[in-house]
Design a protein around this ligand. Structure first.
Ligand code: FES
Length: 570
C-alpha cells in the first residue's frame, strides 16, 4: 500500500509529529490511532436549519462503526450545510461556497479518504464538487428520503403537492385551513424530499455515477437498510484507501453518460444539468450541454414517480431502487466502468431485479418514450436552454405564442394576478433577470405560478421561459436555464410584450420570431441595469460565476487541484 497521506502529519517523530498527535489525543485517542491506519474524514452536513439532513448525527454513528470495523480511524468534520427549504435568496447561491469549504477542509486536514454525507438538494453537488477537486478516495452516503406523505387517505409528495395545493387555494378549490393542515402530513419523518425532486435525483445521480454503494438512492432515511448502507460504506472507504481508488478513477466520461441516462429514466430534476456539468468541470471531464442531449436522447422515462408520475421514493425502494432501474436500461449503459464497490457496473447490476412493474415500468410501456432532458437552442438561447419532457404537457411541446414579459421576479409577483394583464392560455410567460448573476443565485422561480384568472378558467399549464431554475418537484412546460442570461445581455433581455415565440421540443428549437435586423437593433440599444451588491460572498459570486450552460461554477474553482500541501503550519 502506498504511504498514507495522513502520515505526513502523524508519522514524524519530530516537533510537528508531536503537535499533530498530542492535540488529537485530547479526544482520548490512543497511541495506535496514529500507527498508519487509514484516517477517514467524514464530511457532515448536519444542521438544524437543514431539516433534510437533521438525522445525520445518528447516521454518522453507523459510518463510524463501519470505518472502525475495517481498521480505519473515523474523524468527523462539519461543512457549510446548504439546505434548500430555508436559505435566502436561494440555496444555489451558496452551492459553490459550500464546495469551496469542502475542498479546503479536505485538503488542509490529515485524511486519507472521505465519506460525503449528503441529502438535501445542494448538499450533494457541493460536496462532490469539493471532493472531486481534491481527488482522494471518496464515497458518498445519502441520508435517504422521507416516508411518503399522507393526507386525507392519499399519498402526497414533497414540493409537488405544495404547488398543486397552492394553485388549488388560488383557484378557490381548497380552503386555507386545509392547506395549513397538509403541512405536517407532508413531512412526517426524517429525510429529504421523497418525490423525484432534486434531492432524490442527486442521490440517484451519485449512485449512477458509481460513487456510492448500490441502493444508496431509495431506502427511506428511517429504514434499517439505510443504516446498514452507511455502515458498509464506512467499511468500504477504508478498503478504497488501501486500494488507492481515487474519485477520478470512478468519475469518467462514461460514468457521467450513465448518470445522464439514469436521470432520463427516472424523470429526474432539471437541476441535475447544472450540477453534473459543475462536477465534471471539477474533475476535469469534458462534459457539455450537447453531451446531455446526445446521451439523454431516446432514453425512456420508466420510473413512475411524482412530479412526472404517480408514486414516491418509498415505492421505488420496494420496487428495487436504482439498481433495478439501471438493470432495465442496461443496454443503454457503459457497464465496464469501475465503481466504489471496486467492481464494474456490470457486476453491481448482476443481481438487480424489478419487483414492481407499475413503479419501474417495462420499456414497452414507458411514462414518456423520449424522457431525457431536452437541450433547446435558437436565437432566444444561443448557448442553450433546457426542458423536462416528462414534466411537460405533450400538446404544448410544439407551440407558438405571444410573449408576456416580466422583467424580474418582483415585476412578476406584482403583476401576475392583475386582472388587467393581457394574457390567455396560448401566451408564453417570459421571466428574466433570474439567472446566476441576475437573481443572484439562479433561484427556482422558473415554474412561474399561472395567472389567477386563467386558473379560474381551468388552465393548468402554459409555456414558461426563463433564465431561472425550477424545483425538481415542480412540473409544467417550463423552459429553463436560458443562456446567456438576461443580466449578461442574452437575447432573453430583448424580448418585448407581444413578440411571437416558437417552442419546438422535438426539433430542439427555441426561437424569438423577429427579424435578425430587429434583434440586432434591440441588442445595440440594450444596456445593463445598474445594480448594487451587498459585498462579501455575494459580490465574489456575481464577479466570478459562469453561465448555467457550463454549470454555474465560479471560474476560479473549476479544475482538479489535488490534495497536496507540502508546507507545515509551524
Ligand atoms: Fe431538502 Fe427538498 S428541501 S430535499
Amino acid at each position: 500500500m502506498k504511504k498514507l497521506r495522513s502520515q505526513a502529519w502523524f508519522g514524524g517523530q519530530d516537533k510537528d509529529g508531536f503537535i499533530h498527535r498530542s492535540w488529537m489525543k485530547n479526544n482520548g485517542l490512543p497511541d495506535d490511532a496514529f500507527d498508519g491506519r487509514p484516517i477517514i474524514g467524514i464530511c457532515n452536513t448536519f444542521s438544524d436549519f437543514t431539516p433534510c439532513n437533521a438525522h445525520f448525527r445518528e447516521l454518522i454513528t453507523h459510518i463510524k462503526a463501519g470505518v472502525l470495523e475495517a481498521g480505519g480511524l473515523p474523524l468527523e468534520f462539519p461543512v457549510f450545510s446548504c439546505g434548500e427549504s430555508n436559505l435566502r435568496p436561494t440555496a444555489m447561491l451558496f452551492r459553490n461556497l459550500a464546495s469551496m469549504d469542502v475542498e479546503e477542509a479536505i485538503r488542509a486536514n490529515p485524511m486519507d479518504g472521505v465519506v460525503l454525507m449528503v441529502g438535501c438538494d445542494k448538499t450533494t453537488p457541493s460536496l462532490v464538487m469539493g471532493a472531486a477537486t481534491c481527488d482522494l478516495p471518496t464515497i458518498a452516503v445519502s441520508g435517504g428520503p422521507m416516508l411518503n406523505g399522507r393526507y386525507r387517505g392519499k399519498a402526497i409528495g414533497s414540493g409537488t403537492d405544495v404547488w398543486k395545493f397552492s394553485e388549488a387555494v388560488r383557484s378557490g378549490e381548497m380552503t386555507p385551513q386545509a392547506f395549513a393542515n397538509a403541512e405536517s402530513a407532508m413531512s412526517r419523518s426524517p429525510g429529504h424530499c421523497m418525490t423525484m425532486g432534486t434531492a432524490s435525483t442527486m442521490a440517484s445521480m451519485v449512485e449512477a455515477l458509481g460513487i456510492t454503494l448500490p441502493g444508496n438512492a431509495a431506502w427511506p432515511a428511517v429504514d434499517a437498510r439505510r443504516a446498514r448502507l452507511a455502515r458498509m460504506s464506512g467499511r468500504r472507504i477504508v478498503q478504497m484507501v488501501r486500494q488507492d481508488q481515487t474519485l477520478s478513477q470512478i468519475l469518467t466520461k462514461q460514468a457521467f453518460e450513465n448518470a445522464i441516462k439514469v436521470i432520463g429514466a427516472i424523470g429526474g430534476s432539471t437541476n441535475a444539468v447544472v450540477h453534473l456539468l459543475a462536477i465534471a468541470g471539477r474533475v476535469g471531464v469534458d462534459l457539455t450541454l450537447d453531451d446531455w442531449d446526445r446521451a439523454g436522447r431516446d432514453v425512456p422515462t420508466i420510473v413512475d414517480l411524482m412530479p412526472s408520475g404517480r408514486f414516491l421514493m418509498e415505492e421505488l425502494a420496494y420496487a428495487g431502487g436504482i439498481p433495478a432501474v439501471m438493470k432495465r436500461i442496461e443496454h443503454l449503459l457503459h457497464l465496464d466502468v469501475i465503481t466504489a464497490t471496486g467492481t464494474t457496473m456490470r457486476d453491481r447490476l448482476a443481481e438487480a431485479e424489478v419487483f414492481d412493474d407499475e413503479v419501474i415500468r417495462p420499456l414497452s410501456n414507458p411514462l414518456v418514450a423520449d424522457g431525457g432532458l431536452a437541450v433547446l437552442r435558437g436565437n432566444l438561447a444561443p448557448k442553450g436552454a433546457i426542458l423536462k419532457p416528462s414534466a411537460a404537457t405533450p400538446a404544448l411541446m410544439q407551440h407558438r405564442g405571444r410573449a408576456v414579459v416580466f422583467d424580474d421576479i418582483d415585476d412578476f409577483k406584482a403583476r401576475i394576478d392583475d386582472p388587467a394583464l393581457e394574457v390567455d392560455a396560448s401566451s408564453v410567460l417570459v421571466l428574466r433577470n433570474c439567472g446566476p448573476k441576475g437573481y443572484p443565485g439562479m433561484a427556482e422561480v422558473g415554474n412561474m405560478a399561472l395567472p389567477k384568472k386563467l386558473l379560474a378558467q381551468g388552465v393548468r399549464d402554459m409555456v414558461r421561459i426563463s433564465d431561472a431554475r425550477m424545483s425538481g418537484t415542480a412540473y409544467g412546460t417550463v423552459v429553463l436555464h436560458v443562456a446567456p442570461e438576461a443580466t449578461d445581455g442574452g437575447p432573453l433581455a430583448l424580448v418585448q410584450n407581444g413578440d411571437e415565440i416558437l417552442l419546438d421540443v422535438a426539433g430542439r428549437r427555441l426561437e424569438l420570431l423577429i427579424s435578425p435586423a430587429e434583434l440586432a437593433a434591440r441588442a445595440a440599444a440594450w444596456s445593463p441595469k445598474p445594480r448594487t451588491y451587498r459585498g462579501g460572498y455575494e459580490t465574489l459570486y456575481v464577479t466570478h460565476v459562469q453561465g448555467a450552460d457550463v454549470g454555474a461554477d465560479l471560474d476560479f474553482l473549476v479544475g482538479r487541484r489535488g490534495a497536496d500541501v507540502p508546507r507545515e503550519s509551524h
